[in-house]
Design a binder for this molecule. Sequence first.
Ligand code: HEC
Length: 100
Amino acid sequence: MKWRICCCLVLATVLSASSVYADGGTLFKEKCGSCHKKGGDAPPVNPADKAAVVWKKYFDRGRHDDLSGTLSSAELESVVGYLQAYAADSDKPETAAIPK
Ligand code: HEC
């Protein structure tokens, strides 16, 4: 019986650790994608458009118009984590996150 509890704990830990980027990816598609899509207010953007450090600076320096009405700062942080994980200089650059 004990091993079952153990297994659950391990699984829960793995899932919660990996969900940071999963959430960021979902938020990116939903929130950023609400404007950045074909026929939207802005052209599609993808993680592979910029290197990881550039993504961080872009939002740290507030280059984007205010997004506080769309995402909380925690959500934006999560999205930036996702963008960095799939950035141009990552192991797995993602180019078509938002369907064109
Ligand atoms: C309310 C609509 C809206 C939302 C939501 C939004 N954006 Fe934007 N974004 C814009 C507009 C408008 C521009 C300016 C487009 C232009 O310059 O032609 C822009 C510009 C950008 C640019 C610069 C594009 C370039 O090539 O210079 C990036 C990068 C970007 N947004 C990323 C994001 C990310 C990431 C998110 C989600 C965290 C996001 N945006 C959410 C409307 C939005």
